[in-house]
Write a protein that binds this ligand. Structure first.
Ligand SMILES: [Ca+2]
Ligand SMILES: [Ca+2]
Length: 201
């Protein structure tokens, strides 16, 4: 029994295939003409990104500190050590104003970003410090750690409340294995700043 299906003539088939070919070529040309757009025009070398943010309406100064396995200590005091890099020392609302064509423009963002640019296996220690308070209020700080390669993946998120000026907290310690994977995490505290408390190794 012959199933009922629509038959087309050879000319229609040729026309259809030609159109399909042109469509494919057009699609390929679009991909090669605009290869960067899908990456958001961002291209940098990093293995991990540590992002620290606090509310835009809290003009207090929070600092991130990171120690790598070689005991290099990153902070606003030393923003480029080993393979650690701090993008900027966000000081609350102090450095949120820029002059654009002579006009003062406020860009309210409270964020510090640390990149780990290469894998060194061993222990990393991440601290937050409430450096300068103008509100005299506690500051809720969100910290996110993302693994960049082979694709962006969040490996840790936490919210830490810093109560008073000079408070310093160890958010976490994490161990990277030789493949650059997070092997373990703990929260044993350690102080990096000079504001008091006992140092635990
Ligand atoms: Ca800061
Ligand atoms: Ca800011």
């Amino acid at each position: 029994m012959i199933k009922n299906r629509t038959l087309s003539d050879p000319f229609t088939d040729l026309l259809f295939n030609t159109l399909l070919g042109f469509s494919l070529l057009f699609f390929i040309s679009i991909i090669f003409m605009n290869p960067i757009a899908k990456l958001g025009n961002v291209n940098f070398k990093a293995e991990y990104i540590i992002t620290v943010t606090w509310p835009e309406d809290q003009p207090d100064d929070i600092d991130v500190w990171v120690q790598d396995p070689n005991r290099n200590l990153l902070s606003y005091r030393n923003s480029n050590v080993g393979w650690l890099h701090l993008d900027r020392d966000d000081q609350g609302d102090i450095n949120d104003t820029v002059m654009i064509n002579g006009v003062e423009t406020v860009y309210p963002i409270n964020q510090e970003v640390v990149t780990i640019r290469g894998i060194v296996s061993g222990e990393y220690i991440v601290n937050l410090q409430y450096y300068k308070s103008t509100t005299q209020q506690p500051v809720p700080v969100t910290i996110k750690i993302e693994k960049v390669n082979p694709s962006l993946r969040v490996v840790y998120v936490d919210k830490v409340l810093l109560e008073n000026e000079d408070d310093e907290k160890t958010v976490l310690r994490f161990y990277l294995d030789a493949n650059g994977e997070v092997a373990s995490i703990n929260h044993l505290p350690k102080k990096f700043t000079n504001y008091g408390l006992e140092v635990l190794e």
